[in-house]
Design a protein around this ligand. Structure first.
Ligand SMILES: Nc1ncnc2c1ncn2[C@@H]1O[C@H](COP(=O)(O)OP(=O)(O)OP(=O)(O)O)[C@@H](O)[C@H]1O
Ligand SMILES: [Mg+2]
Length: 366
């Protein structure tokens, strides 16, 4: 015989599509009516209109209920009231039900997430390009990856990844947007304030802190942080907030660019943070013959890595992504994993893993 207890037990296997938590604990199941083998459910969705995900969600509910013997199932969907949303946000913030999420503990000392800040002394050398493609390469390997676009004024990640979707907000809690398997948050997702001056000083720090603490991050292996150019306020804030973060320095081959990058690197060293290494971007032109033409000189990044006592991780050639390879061709900075660039970013991901998680695993075994 079907009972409410059995139905609830079965519904625990169904996850809410955005939060990836079971719908019973999230209080989405509002009422259950059972008449012999017919089940009537009232469900309260977090917000209206996630239609593409809703179809799978409905199907999953029907599947688990059929498996316990239901013959007909009717579902009625409502949207949570503001009060219900606020209660849910509180519950999520307190992580009372967040068994496989991290919530506020992202900043916790015991968090298993490796933070990687991508910086450079100079603007326009490819920090965002490197951050985005490293994130996608790590996600392609199955790692759980988050990306914070910490360039609050000059954000570029949403456009680079072709993200047009806005994040889901539950009361004051924001859910990151997922693209190519990477969970992303950027100032570009929010309405811009009318007075840009507001965003100087304390507001800037607050926004950044909100990105870490006000966003409902799932459990992550890697959190990549795309820094604005230079060694300014945001870089310092990040370094204070995340003393354990590791750094990747991006530079172009020109000696001047690498000298400036050295400043970012020496700041990391002064702050006793670990440098993962240097990525040289726009290193060469790949000729049709397969030869590499080093138009900006050859040894800049090697010298930079030597002077910082670290490794030159990869050299990325000049070249635009091949847009045809992705279904959405507006992700103008994401290289296909099988392109020359994609393979180089895959190699970068491997090196990053070896220098971070792998060493952690080895330490755990010892
Ligand atoms: N290897 C490359 N080949 C060709 N174009 C590239 C390459 N790397 C980056 N670019 C392009 O150069 C421009 C600057 O790159 P990007 O925005 O990644 O630099 P950035 O260091 O993040 O800049 P900012 O300091 O403004 O944040 C972008 O238009 C990007 O698409
Ligand atoms: Mg940038």
């Amino acid at each position: 015989m079907l009972t409410k207890g059995k139905v609830l037990r079965a519904l625990k296997q169904v996850e809410e599509p955005d939060l990836r938590q079971n719908i019973v604990d999230l209080n989405i199941v509002k009422s259950i009516k059972i008449k012999r083998k017919n089940i009537d459910l009232d469900l309260s969705l977090i917000t209206q209109g996630y239609s593409s995900k809703k179809a799978n969600f409905e199907e999953k509910i029907k599947e688990v209920l059929s498996s316990i013997g239901a013959k007909s199932i009717s579902l009625r969907f409502n949207t949570m009231t503001k009060k219900e949303q606020a209660d849910l946000a509180e519950k999520l913030k307190g992580s009372k039900i967040a068994s496989n999420t991290q919530g506020p503990s992202l900043m916790n000392r015991n968090s298993q997430t490796t933070f990687i800040a991508v910086s450079s002394g100079k603007g326009g050398v490819g920090k965002s390009t490197v951050t985005v493609n490293l994130a996608v390469a790590l996600a392609n390997q199955g790692w759980r990856v988050g990306l914070i676009d910490a360039d609050i004024y000059g954000y570029s990640v949403p456009q680079m990844m072709g993200i047009t979707e806005k994040p889901l907000m539950i009361d004051s809690l924001t859910l990151p947007v997922e693209k190519y398997g990477v969970k992303v948050i950027s100032m570009g997702f929010f309405n811009q304030p009318e007075e840009p001056v507001m965003w100087r000083g304390p507001m800037l720090g607050k926004t950044l802190r909100y990105f870490f603490e006000g966003v409902y991050w799932p459990k992550l292996d890697y959190m990549l942080i795309d820094l604005p150019p230079g060694t300014g306020d945001i870089a310092l804030d990040i370094h204070t907030m995340l003393p354990r973060s590791k750094d990747i320095i991006v530079s172009t081959p020109q000696t001047t660019a690498s000298h400036i990058a050295e400043r970012a690197g020496s700041m990391a060293i002064r702050n006793k943070r670990e440098l993962i290494g240097v990525v040289e971007n726009m290193s060469y032109l790949l000729l049709a013959t397969g030869e590499k033409e080093y138009i900006f000189g050859k040894n800049g990044a090697t010298e930079l890595a030597n002077s910082l006592d670290t490794e030159l991780l990869v050299q990325v050639p000049i070249g635009a992504p091949n847009h045809q390879s992705f279904d959405s061709n507006d992700a103008y900075a994401v290289y296909h994993s099988e392109s020359v660039h994609g393979e180089i970013f895959g190699e970068l991901a491997d090196k990053v893993i070896l220098k971070t998680s792998y060493s952690k695993a080895v330490q755990e075994v010892q």
